[in-house]
Design a protein around this ligand. Structure first.
Ligand SMILES: *[C@@H]1O[C@H](CO)[C@@H](O)[C@H](O)[C@H]1NC(C)=O
Ligand SMILES: *[C@@H]1O[C@H](CO)[C@@H](O)[C@H](O)[C@H]1NC(C)=O
Ligand SMILES: *[C@@H]1O[C@H](CO)[C@@H](O)[C@H](O)[C@H]1NC(C)=O
Ligand SMILES: *[C@@H]1O[C@H](CO)[C@@H](O)[C@H](O)[C@H]1NC(C)=O
Ligand SMILES: *[C@@H]1O[C@H](CO)[C@@H](O)[C@H](O)[C@H]1NC(C)=O
Length: 605
């Protein structure tokens, strides 16, 4: 139902009439100034009062460099689409691929040269994220049973040398330009999905064994056996078109390879507004590098190589984001779209205050939709360096954490006064919302006054097939560490998946000072273990009140200290939507974005 409709948006965007030039207006100008590109438009706008930059909607504005906005840009700048609603103006960090030819030796595969600065992780064909090639089961099995695993990599038995992928790696010089990646799903920690690439493969003449050297420090940081799959791409893109695409011919398709990693870097700017702008086609380089992608939790990556790991905050950083707001004040995104991105869509941190995402759509994003705050700022006492009053409101998250399954749709480190209200989050593998950090280790933090209200989270802890995400210990709303004066109210969590452990409302270690009330949990039919609607599992969790909630499973755990659970209504499992008590129905009706928000309008069109 949704897919054809989204194609409609694309076709509107591509065929709407209108020029490709960028216009700049200001109350002090009698007519608009035209500009050939966005960087020049921004420099013109700097000398104007309350300038507006109108971006074309007829074709994407392709960037060759990150757009950087600083204090100099802070004069009520508005960046918006030239045509009125429903048009969006696209800012793209990709390039169009052309020059397709039939790859040697295959009647089906189409090849194109990877352009300057290109990468091997991410390709968009007519608005569809292309699935990278996966290693076959034989290959996966070989890695499950190596002769030896060392901190440097694997020693595989002589039979491995017969495996076609391994033969091609032994013969191939492409390992450095586009290295195969091993995916470690739920290895070590059940809630993580880490990735490291292979750096070189050698045949040991004496024993016939195959030595697979892994990129560092990624593999040392991981120190786990893999269960994942290899993926491999040569210096050319090799694409297996869908039958309809093959019939049409590759040159008729809009094939975009994301090249830039950061589309927009807002540093210390104030009072900027983005309306009806789509941020698209940005990549994520780190997983291919020696650092790799080693997760601690909720998209926090292991950055330091302490051995053994110290488990202190300074070990972890948030994953890369494709749009970055750092030390930003009052920067707002309204009716914007974040799509075909590889990393986290947006990070708001470094002392950002009052930044806001209102009625935005996050669709097809590799990692989280929004990351607020960092993981190493618990003791920040200077208000200007704390992340305060940032909000994600009335927005929709569809196919986020699409590749980096250990991410939540919205993930928040240390922050104060964060507002997460009225959002619709669908289909995530780990958690819908993860907020807080520090477990019971950091008790004296500035985190507090956070509110998670009126959200609809439909499908979390799901089990997935690419590569084979089977993460556990997640939640619908997951919280961590003390957060004075925080509230969780009016949320409806539906469809809890089969990930083991955790629960729908999940205050984890050290969680404290939450009022959790007037929420609904429904439908645990996909669960595979104890299906807890409330998971308070440990005495380090304290001073939390859970009251006036509704659930269709009575299974819960309450092993906290001074954690009060009262006035909980349990309805029969499978109770139809209209047969819940009236108060529960009101919560369900009210949860999620307003029904007339633009992205629902498209869905019905
Ligand atoms: C400038 O361009 C915008 C977008 O096309 C338009 O809405 C506006 O009326 C123009 N302003 C002037 C002064 O021409
Ligand atoms: C790899 O190289 C060896 C020796 O040159 C050759 O026999 C073998 O067919 C090659 N394998 C592949 C997959 O290219
Ligand atoms: C916060 O703690 C870290 C690690 O203990 C320390 O290095 C830093 O100086 C502290 N910062 C403040 C503002 O106290
Ligand atoms: C929360 O807000 C209240 C009222 O505005 C204020 O008194 C309190 O200090 C705040 N707490 C935190 C942890 O920010
Ligand atoms: C509950 O989950 C099952 C299994 O996914 C699904 O078939 C059913 O429609 C869901 N019910 C509701 C009310 O969402």
């Amino acid at each position: 139902m949704l897919l054809p409709v989204l194609l409609l948006i694309t076709s509107l965007a591509h065929h709407a009439s209108g020029s490709d030039t960028i216009l700049i207006s200001s109350p002090s100008l009698s007519s608009n100034i035209t500009s050939p590109d966005l960087p020049s438009a921004l420099s013109i706008a700097r000398s104007l009062t309350s300038p507006t930059i109108y971006l074309p909607t007829s074709s994407p504005t392709f960037l060759t460099d990150t757009i950087s906005l600083t204090k100099e840009d802070s004069s009520n700048l508005l960046i918006t689409a030239a045509a009125g609603p429903p048009s969006l103006a696209t800012i793209s960090g990709g390039v169009k691929l052309s020059g397709w030819f039939q790859c040697a030796g295959s009647p089906h595969l189409q090849c194109a040269k990877i352009p300057e600065g290109g990468q091997s992780r991410h390709l968009i064909v007519d608005s569809r994220r292309v699935v990278r090639s996966l290693g076959d089961t034989d290959l996966t099995d070989i890695f499950k049973d190596p002769d030896e695993v060392a901190l440097t990599g694997y020693t595989l038995p002589p039979s491995a040398a017969d495996q076609p992928s391994i033969q091609s790696w032994l013969n191939s010089s492409s390992l450095t330009s586009s290295p195969p990646e091993l995916v470690f799903t739920a290895q070590g920690s059940p809630w993580t999905e880490s990735r490291c690439v292979i750096s070189s493969v050698e045949l040991m003449e004496t024993t016939g064994q195959v030595l697979v050297n892994m990129a560092q420090p990624c593999f040392t940081n991981l120190q786990q056996k893999p269960c994942g799959q290899g993926t491999s791409t040569p210096a050319y893109v090799m694409y297996f078109p869908l039958p309809s695409e093959a019939e049409l011919g590759m040159e008729e398709l809009l094939v975009v390879m994301p090249i830039l990693e950061v589309l927009l870097d807002v540093h210390g700017a104030e009072g900027l507004r983005f309306e009806r702008v789509e941020f698209a086609h940005a990549t994520f380089e780190r997983p291919n590098s020696g650092l790799g992608y080693v997760e601690q939790q909720s998209g926090a990556l292991v950055e330091h190589t302490s051995d053994p790991p110290d488990c202190v905050d300074s070990d972890w950083i948030p994953g890369t984001s494709n749009v970055l707001l750092s030390g930003a004040r009052d920067v707002t995104f309204e009716e914007c779209k974040f799509t075909h991105l590889s990393a986290v869509a947006v990070e708001v941190s470094g002392g950002s205050h009052d930044c806001r995402f209102q009625s935005c759509m996050f669709e097809d994003v590799g990692g989280a939709g929004v990351q607020i705050g960092r993981y190493d700022t618990f003791n920040e006492t200077e208000a200007s360096k704390q992340d305060v009053g940032n909000a994600v409101v009335n927005s929709r998250f569809l196919r986020v954490a699409a590749e980096l399954h250990g991410n939540a749709a919205i993930q928040v480190g240390y922050s104060k006064g964060t507002v997460i209200d009225g959002n619709h989050i669908e289909e995530v593998y780990y958690s819908g919302i993860s907020i807080g950090w520090g477990w019971s280790r950091e008790v004296d933090t500035y985190a507090g006054n956070n509110s998670v209200t009126n959200n609809l989270i439909d499908g979390f802890k799901l089990q997935g097939s690419y590569p084979d995400a089977s993460l556990g210990d997640g939640g619908g709303i997951y919280v961590l560490g003390p957060q004075q004066g925080s509230v969780m109210r009016g949320n409806w969590l539906n469809n809890m998946g089969g990930g083991l452990g955790g629960g729908a409302f999940y205050p984890d270690e050290g969680s404290a000072y939450w009022e959790i009330h007037d929420n609904v949990f429904s439908n645990a039919t996909m669960c595979s273990d104890d299906c807890e609607w409330l998971h308070i599992w440990n005495p380090s969790i304290h001073d939390i009140t859970v009251r006036d909630c509704f659930t269709d499973t009575a299974t819960q755990r309450n092993d906290g200290t001074d954690t009060v659970v009262e006035r909980i209504t349990v309805v029969e499992e499978g109770t139809g939507r209209w047969d819940w008590p009236e108060d529960a129905r009101d919560i369900m009706d009210n949860a999620g974005p307003d029904k007339d928000t633009w992205f629902y309008y498209y869905e019905e069109a």
